[in-house]
Design a protein around this ligand. Structure first.
Ligand code: NAD
Length: 404
């Protein structure tokens, strides 16, 4: 979703909340947008780090390596991080970064070089109390490890809390590995309980089969849900009887894509429009637009990707009666686990996995309940309800600082 689209959404919600001009401006302004060129092997790559609002605490948000990275995209993603961190009650503001690159065209050494170059350019604006990155699309714990190492070499001291989603050997936590999907899974089950839907009544389609898409597919499959179609950037596969997710994963690992799995092939467009009850969006933004929203059949949509539905499409789907569990709630498990990692690194304590898992589950359930109940009471959809809860908390912090 473009930042212009976000602006429209914020303005609409601000009208609902009766916000003044100053408050709207606070929500739409950025503290900082840094833009650099990274040079490795004679080639130049554009790189960004945006800090949206930091009234609640240091910036927090991932770094993405993708050919579509742009200043506009990074701004939208940083804005959503402010909203998400606020919604989840975390002491973080919103930030995001990215490099415009296709990492599939780089060698492992070049990826390491690029990761280190990113830190050399941006280290002054990063830090455990300033702005804390994490993995996002096509970045992973290994890359976070290179980035932490480069940061600490430059600074001359250890600061593991400056980045989350690190390898466990460097202070990462086990929970972070699949936390985005785990959070989505917990919320989905809470939701299905409330609407009295049994797993036997659901046919599921999942777009995206990376970290988030595969992990939620695995959790659902192991729990006895029926997933009939999945896809990645090369296309999708369909089996009405239900896919064996581990076999699909094996084929993807061996051949690079799910499309080589036995059975019927479908396109990504077909997957989005297929007769499923629950559609899980776990790939990229802007997948459901005003062009295909009318064709979407799913009654329930779980947004694990950031911004997979444009605001126009959102309106069409709501009118059709689809229930959308919005990204800022559904995929917030990643940043909640990152928060635990940051706390552990900052205080030097080592928390037990079981303790973190329990706290995590509680936090996800509470957030879902709050959004669901507020939305029901106010007769709003969950996206608008979640935005209002989050915006109130940011503005409260701004008021407490005397900014408003
Ligand atoms: P990933 O790189 O591991 O996986 C992305 C997947 O999407 C891959 O399977 C890729 O093939 C597929 N894909 C790309 N373009 C596609 C297309 N047009 N159609 C279908 N599939 C396509 O990334 P990820 O970490 O799984 O992130 C996926 C989404 O979840 C992103 O929107 C990301 O911002 C969001 N998210 C991730 C996290 C996290 O912790 N990783 C946290 C919050 C939100």
């Amino acid at each position: 979703m473009s930042f212009a689209d976000i602006r429209k959404r914020v303005e609409e919600i601000s009208r609902l909340m009766n916000l003044g001009e100053k408050e709207v401006n606070i929500l739409l302004n950025f503290r900082r947008i840094a833009r650099k060129e990274l040079e490795i092997g004679g080639k130049r790559y554009l790189a960004f780090r945006a800090l949206h609002n930091d009234a609640l605490g240091p910036g927090k948000g991932g770094i993405r390596f993708h050919p579509n990275v742009s200043e506009d995209e990074v701004k939208s993603l940083a804005f959503w991080m402010s909203i998400k961190n606020s919604l989840m009650g975390l002491p973080f503001g919103g930030a995001k970064g990215g490099i415009k690159v296709n990492p599939k065209e780089l060698t492992e050494n070049e990826i390491e070089e690029l990761s280190r170059a990113y830190i050399r350019e941006f280290h002054e604006i990063l830090g455990e109390n300033k702005d804390i990155p994490a993995p996002d699309v096509y970045t992973n714990p290994k890359i976070m490890g290179y980035m932490l190492d480069e940061f600490e070499k430059i600074k001359g001291f250890h600061e593991p809390a400056m980045i989350t989603g690190k390898p466990i050997a460097l202070g990462g936590i086990k929970l972070r590995e699949d936390s985005t999907s785990r959070g989505g899974f917990i919320i989905l089950k809470e939701f299905l309980n409330l609407v009295n839907k049994d797993k036997s009544e659901l046919k599921i389609g999942i777009q995206g089969f990376g970290n988030v898409g595969f992990n939620i597919a695995k959790m659902l499959y192991e729990d006895g849900f029926k997933i009939i179609c999945v896809s990645d950037s090369k296309g999708g596969i369909l089996d009405e009887r239900g896919l064996n997710i581990f076999e699909v994963r094996k084929v993807k690992e061996e051949t690079g894509s799910v499309v080589n799995y036995k059975g019927e092939r479908i396109t990504n467009k077909e997957l989005l429009e297929y007769e499923v009850d629950l559609l899980i969006l776990a790939a990229m933004e802007n997948q459901i637009t005003n062009e295909n929203a009318g064709e979407v059949k799913a009654k329930y949509i779980l947004e694990l990707a950031n911004g997979p539905i444009t605001s126009e499409a959102d309106k069409i789907l709501n009118k059709k009666g689809a229930t959308i569990i919005p990204d800022i709630l559904a995929n917030s498990g990643g940043v909640v686990a990152s928060y635990f990692e940051w706390v552990q690194n900052k205080c030097g304590n080592i928390f037990e996995d079981e303790y973190l898992e329990k706290r995590f589950e509680k936090k996800m359930k509470e957030a879902f309940k709050k959004v669901y109940e507020f939305s029901q009471e106010e007769r709003l959809n969950m996206r608008i309800g979640a935005y209002i809860i989050a915006i109130k908390r940011i503005l409260e912090a701004e008021r407490a600082r005397g900014t408003i």
